[in-house]
Design a protein around this ligand. Sequence first.
Ligand code: NIG
Ligand code: FE
Length: 408
Amino acid sequence: MTERCDLLITNVHAATMDPSLPGAYGAIEDAAVAVTGNKIVWIGPRRELPESTADQIIDGEGQWLTPGLIDCHTHLVYGGHRAGEFARRLGGESYEEVARAGGGILSTVRATRAASAADLYRKAEPRLKALMHEGVTTIEIKSGYGLDLDTELKQLRVARRLAQHYPVNILTTCLAAHALPPEYDGRADDYITLVCEEILPAVAKEQLADAVDMFCENIAFSVEQCQRVIDAAHHLDLPVKVHAEQLASTGATRMAAKAGALSVDHIEYITDEDVAAMAESGTAAVLLPGAFYTLKETRMPPIEKLRAAGVPMAISTDLNPGTCPLGSLRLMMNMSCNLFGLTPAEALAGVTRAAARALGVCCSRGVLRAGLRADMVLWPMESPDQLAYELGALQPAEIFFGGRHVTA
Ligand code: NIG
Ligand code: FE
């Protein structure tokens, strides 16, 4: 019997990233991929393709097909910029010193509060487009530059609106517990009460967030305060993620793992016990080499231990105006190899399969497999190792979003 599908791509090599297939890339050489609706319905060696007809047939010309890339940690909706702070840090001030002097996150909070939703939307568009042009088909966007009810809602609504206008999946995360707003100076517990009792319930009511995040650090919120945010999120049936142990060891990772967090992000200062706790709970590590690089950090996340424990290692831009104004997930892949010692295959897994885990969407995307979304990128390269290695000239030849061809 002849199978009918909407789109058939043949004469490609597929880096499926499917861990059930052999090799670090789960590669299928000389593959064919059939798509119907927004899903992959068949993928395998071309010679095994059942007799098929398709509305559209694409000759992949021997190029490589990968899953659409996933940027699982961004703060890309914000007002203003922090080039002045960049200059101060180049002059020797530390990120913590700038933050404690009222700059850092709080300077972006001032600009974000002052901006209209339309301004925020317009400013976010080029950041989103830069990622999309690199083959990113799923992006997480956090709030956290509002720190009051109206501005947190404004940021999240802008993020949701971007998803309505661009062919990209956007998952939103409420990061109201990002920093202490000035009007709560000296009253951090009261601000956490506002987050738990007003901001999160309002966000949940409008279905504006897919997850809840928090900044658990000496310059932000304590483990006890973050535990309250986790409890409030769980009460609203929202999964959690934690900015954990970027600047110091705090116990945040163990707390997050115990709570079944989707991911802990940064984690430069975690211990062996923390790694064991993550492995046990299935919490993904999100590595943010761009923030590490921008802050000129020297303490690396314990890659070898995460690898040995089988913890999924996602890689993301952390795109934000302070610690990583670098809107390129491909650059992060390169940095994860050069700065953290990941292999090129781990770097690709970090922006596909592991990133899907970090967002709790691995049942629908992150690998090329029948039944999953047809978010795919065709690359003019001879080896998938080139993706982490070669920037600039190597750009997507074609991008498919839910089986739909979008302009690369
Ligand atoms: O992930 N760690 C906290 N949040 C961001 C930095 C935000 C900022 O400096 O504006 C981060 O690195
Ligand atoms: Fe971040």
